[in-house]
Design a protein. Structure first.
Length: 730
């Protein structure tokens, strides 16, 4: 096959693949997506496929589907073939849906089955959990520590405990479904007396599955399990799909789950390529994904290949990533966490490589082991970013936090300092701005007698419909609005009385009255139609219009799931999106395929998790303390262990441990081993997260830590990297 690039020696080994099983371990920036796309195109152009066959490419997220399709298409075009024939790119969920919809009756589903998304599933769980808490006061008291005062207990019961039980129920339910157990099957295994933890997990699982059944629905975990069941129940379907997909190429295999491995293993007729980086498995805590599945596959595969070369980072940053791996393997203080990171070490590219590493610059690595107070760390980073951007206006820079909240705290400081930033957190800035516009209108429509809401919707209106108003003119007209004594009188207001014959203000008020009348009249419409009606007034931009249509569909689904859903619930959901509290994939380019190269001279604020797959010229890593990066040392604390739970146990871990013990007929009583194992899982995942974060930086890397609320210390891995770096540069 003709290529438009010269593959490296390690990449060439992948392209020499002729069949069988192949495991590929690829370091960050090694071009695994590129080479896997080239391999797919090579198989297609080689003549190995029959007219009705396709190469199946399975990847992790929807955004990667378009990326793969585009790359494969380009390779095929170079070789003179039709670009969209001979391959199919799917996420696992999309693949499972394709399998189930072929014959839903194979798994006991009707043809019109629906799939609930994360938001709908959360809504169902929330109602079940609230009811369970109310109906089981004695069991709740068994879980909570003694001595909580009345106000603290009320806060725990109303705010903190429901969130924790929701996380617990997700872990319990996913584990049950991964083990392919129904609530009835679990109930049959019960002893005469069972623990509160196990009873709670079972009750919520049962209620959740019944709620799905009533709706004729399934969730994403059901979809995967049903996809596997369909293949097992129909030899004819399995045989047909094996013929359809004689070659399976799997990307991001480090995030594969047991059921994913089973589905692809069944579909594979023996030609299966799995590519991934076990060191980038950062989504496994309390999920069913494990990097061990890829590692074991690589050991047993017919052939294995390492892709160790990477042209992304300058050599000193590569040294930091490799030093972390080496220290974790040989000297981590907890022996059982020494397997968190694996070889190969990252190697720089050869001198003749088209993707050469940036020039080595030890002065571009800054490890600041000074103990900052939490707010002082943010100020120091903002000040440094401001100075760096002034000198590097054509370069890219990012600050990576461990949580969305920490990122927002930094953004508030950047705003105060008037530093240009790009917010890439739970949802994109443009999505949240649009959601906020709609929220302000719906809030007013819910309570049109509320003067604060009238003022809010008017401010938004002026910004959208009269964007050229100067700040002074805007303030003047907002002050004029205050002369309206009662909000409901806005529809009858004689505007000359409050505008002092100011023609510009009169025009603005008249236009505002016109649109407000339209929106108020539309309140009788179903929520989705109301949102679309308002959205068409707010914008002519096709991307934002598409977003409002997506929001409308999103809110309509809420109504279908919950018959009590109304305007108030829609406002709550939109407010969560606008405040970055709800994951919502919008329609803008940042939602679909964020590219740091689009923002030179601006600082991108995102999380370490969300930064995976991205790169910047300079990267700041913050909060490298023993809370965000624990190491099983005395004084370390763990975000999954809540102060109000008796015995300092990890409730999620205990639920999973007891469920597995019940199913495997082993001891399923409370055990400190479950919480200890959960701590080790967190430690391992955080080591990999730090590795991923370091390898986002191309030219410069800065690392800092803070004392949190005053009692956090520097994390062990950061302290050790500082020592190693000092030894190297002294």
């Amino acid at each position: 096959m003709e290529l438009n690039f010269k593959p490296r020696k390690s990449q060439q080994k992948v392209l020499e693949y002729q069949g069988g099983t192949l495991g590929v371990s690829a370091v960050p920036g090694s071009g695994k997506t590129h080479i896997l796309s080239a391999l797919a195109a090579q198989i297609i152009t080689s003549g190995k496929l029959e007219y009705d066959q396709e190469v199946l490419v399975v990847t992790l997220v929807n955004s990667a589907v378009d990326n793969f399709s585009s790359r494969i298409s380009k390779f095929i075009k170079i070789n003179g073939l039709v670009s969209n024939i001979g391959y199919r790119v799917r996420t696992l969920h999309a693949l499972a849906y394709d399998i189930v919809k072929e014959n839903p009756s194979l798994v006991g589903l009707e043809n019109g089955f629906i799939i609930v998304d994360e938001k709908d599933a959360e809504q169902i769980r929330r109602e079940i959990i609230q009811k369970w808490i109310q109906e089981h006061p004695y069991e709740i008291d068994e879980l909570l520590i003694d001595g909580l005062d009345a106000s603290k207990k009320r806060d725990v019961l109303e705010r903190q405990l429901p969130i924790l039980i929701d996380k617990f129920s997700i872990a319990f339910t996913r584990t049950a479904k991964d083990l392919r157990k129904t609530p009835d099957e679990i109930r049959k295994l019960f002893e005469p007396e069972i623990s509160t933890v196990l009873q709670m997990g079972y009750d919520i699982f049962l209620g959740y599955q019944r709620a799905l059944s009533v709706r004729g629905a399934l969730d994403f975990d059901d979809l995967i399990a049903f996809g596997l069941t369909a293949l097992e129940n129909s030899p004819e379907l399995l045989s047909r799909l094996r013929h359809k997909f004689p070659f399976i190429l799997e990307d991001e295999a480090q995030d594969s789950s047991f059921l994913q491995e089973r589905i692809l293993g069944l579909l594979s007729s023996g030609n299966w390529v799995r590519v991934g980086d076990p060191n980038q498995a950062i989504f496994e805590t309390f999920t069913t994904a494990k990097p061990e599945y890829l590692l074991n596959f690589i050991k047993k595969a017919d052939n294995s290949v390492d892709l160790p070369e990477s042209g992304r980072c300058q050599p000193s940053i590569i040294f930091m990533a490799n030093a972390l791996t080496q220290w974790a393997n040989n000297a981590h203080p907890d022996f059982f966490c020494r397997d968190a990171l694996t070889k190969p070490y990252i190697l720089p590219t050869q001198l003749d490589d088209p993707q050469k590493n940036p020039e080595d610059n030890p002065h571009g690595v800054f490890l600041v082991d000074k103990p900052f107070r939490s707010e002082d760390e943010l100020e120091a980073i903002a000040k440094s970013v401001e100075k760096w951007i002034e000198l590097n206006k054509d370069s890219t820079v990012a600050v990576l936090s461990t949580t969305n909240k920490r990122g927002i705290d930094l953004i508030n400081i950047l705003k105060d300092r008037k530093i240009e930033y790009v917010e890439y957190l739970t949802s994109s800035t443009e999505t949240r701005i649009s959601a906020n516009k709609m929220t302000s209108i719906l809030e007013y429509l819910e309570d049109p007698t509320n003067k604060n809401r009238l003022n809010s919707v008017f401010s938004m209106f002026c910004t959208v419909f009269f964007p050229n108003l100067t700040p002074q003119n805007l303030n003047e007209i907002k002050n004029a609005l205050k002369l309206v004594d009662h909000p409901e009188n806005i529809f009858e207001q004689n505007f000359p009385d409050i505008t002092k014959n100011n023609e510009e203000q009169r025009e603005i008020f008249s236009t505002f009255q016109l649109y407000l009348t339209r929106w108020t009249s539309a309140i009788i419409l179903p929520i989705d139609q109301l949102v679309i009606t308002i959205g068409q007034d707010l914008t002519r931009d096709p991307i934002e219009l598409a977003l409002f249509h997506k929001i409308a569909k999103y809110l309509r689904q809420g109504r279908l799931i919950d018959s009590k859903w109304g305007l108030k619930e829609s406002i709550v959901e939109l407010a969560k999106i606008s405040k970055n509290e709800r994951k919502f994939l919008g329609m803008g380019r940042d939602d679909v395929n964020f590219d740091p190269a689009n923002y030179p001279g601006k600082v991108v604020v995102t999380t370490m998790h969300k930064a995976k797959g991205l790169e910047w010229d300079k990267v700041y890593l913050m909060s490298l303390n023993n809370y965000d990066f624990p190491s099983l040392q005395e004084g370390d604390s763990y975000y999954s262990e809540k102060f109000f739970i008796k015995g300092s146990i990890n409730l999620e871990a205990e639920g999973v441990y007891q469920l597995k013990g019940l199913i495997n007929k082993s001891d399923n009583t409370n055990s400190p081993g479950a919480t200890l194992q959960a701590r080790r899982d967190v430690v391992r995942e955080r080591l990999r997260l730090l590795y991923v974060a370091i390898t986002r930086a191309k030219r410069e890397l800065a690392m800092t830590w803070n004392t949190g609320k005053g009692h956090q210390t520097i994390s062990v891995p950061f302290a050790e990297l500082k020592k190693i770096w000092n030894d190297k540069t002294s």
